[in-house]
Design a binder for this molecule. Structure first.
Ligand code: FE2
Length: 341
């Protein structure tokens, strides 16, 4: 009986131990789609000797995959470009909590997860860009004003299946309530210059081609266009200016989203994953992000790239970022109901 108790106790202790296998690799499931990531992982490999394996797909596919793989998933880190998907993964029990304060002390507290699952690595604003030829800055003010009739046939935006739009709509649900947000969405749809299609970059190109006058896009795409090798892209970037909405004294600020990561529940290479989290949030890696992808650093001491600095500083909507996940179903219902394709 004593022996039996001992064995039971040994198994119990073993099951409590974190996965500390001495491995030399890390497996990432990533939705990010920017060249800067290869630079980051190469630098990390050089520094630590830890090999970074990346599986790229969209967030829904990766979440489904982790769910199907269960405890045997090879993934250590899940990386997305939308906090809503991070909230969802946490809600589904796919992650373990991460509470290393040495990481958090370098991060703007507004960008942190109140539930303790995900860690932001960059943030971005979903801004309005406008034609330098056909729109004056003074005509723009808030997201709410995009439903104003004066923009009829002039507004460009991608489809509602896109997570960036779903996050923006979720922020409006949080700030204005469902009813007001539905009315807003109806007005916005009535102002479309064309049926939603293409990427954020494509909306900017459409302004340059005269197919519309204003567009809703993520801030960093303007930096990517202006620094592109392609003449056509530089031209598109130069045809527009960036406007941060809702900056008035009593207004909440521009909508932001994060790109972030979470440690998976059974991360087989947990120690290596934590090293990578520390690396990606370090000053060095944060500078690599801002210079190459034109995103904003989560570390307030790391200044944006010069191209981004030229747009000026802006006030950020202070909503709890997890509300961009919890309001997601309501946001999708409003898209459907108001005919935003
Ligand atoms: Fe993007």
């Amino acid at each position: 009986m004593k022996k039996f108790t001992y064995i039971f106790f040994a198994i119990f202790i073993a099951s409590c131990m974190p996965n500390n296998k001495n491995t030399n690799e890390i497996n990432i499931y990533s939705q990010r789609h920017y060249n800067v990531d290869e630079i980051q992982y190469k630098n990390f490999e050089k520094l630590t000797g830890i090999k970074v394996n990346v599986t790229k797909a969209n967030a829904d596919e990766l979440i489904q995959r982790m769910k199907n793989e269960g405890d045997n998933s090879p993934a250590d880190l899940f990386i997305t470009v939308d906090v809503g998907k991070l909230w969802q993964g946490g809600d589904m029990g796919l992650f373990q909590k991460f509470d290393d304060n040495s990481v958090f002390e370098n991060i703007d507290s507004q960008l942190l997860d109140n539930n303790g699952y995900w860690v932001p690595v960059t943030y971005r604003s979903r801004v309005i860009v406008y034609s330098n030829e056909r729109v004056k800055k003074e005509e723009l003010s808030t997201y709410e004003d995009l439903s104003n009739e004066k923009w009829k046939g002039r507004l460009l935006v991608r489809s509602s299946s896109n997570a960036y739009n779903q996050a923006l709509m979720s922020s409006l649900v949080e700030n204005l309530g469902s009813e007001n947000t539905s009315k807003w969405s109806e007005g916005v749809v009535a102002n479309f210059a064309r049926d939603p299609k293409g990427s954020d970059r494509d909306q900017v190109k459409a302004i340059a081609a005269g197919q519309g006058d204003i567009a809703i896009v993520n801030s960093y795409y303007i930096g990517l266009l202006l620094s592109s090798q392609k003449e056509e892209e530089i031209k598109a970037g130069k045809a527009v200016s960036v406007f941060f909405p809702n900056q008035g004294e009593n207004q909440r600020g521009a909508h932001i989203n994060i790109s972030g990561l979470a440690l998976t529940k059974n991360a087989p290479n947990r120690d290596n994953a934590i090293q990578l989290i520390k690396y990606l949030t370090s000053t060095q890696a944060q500078e690599t992000y801002v210079k190459n992808s034109f995103e904003y650093s989560v570390n307030p001491d790391v200044k944006p790239d010069e191209i981004v600095q030229a747009w000026g500083e802006f006030k950020k909507d202070p909503v709890d970022l997890n509300s961009l996940g919890t309001n997601r179903n309501e946001a999708i219902r409003i898209f459907d109901k108001t005919g935003w394709k």
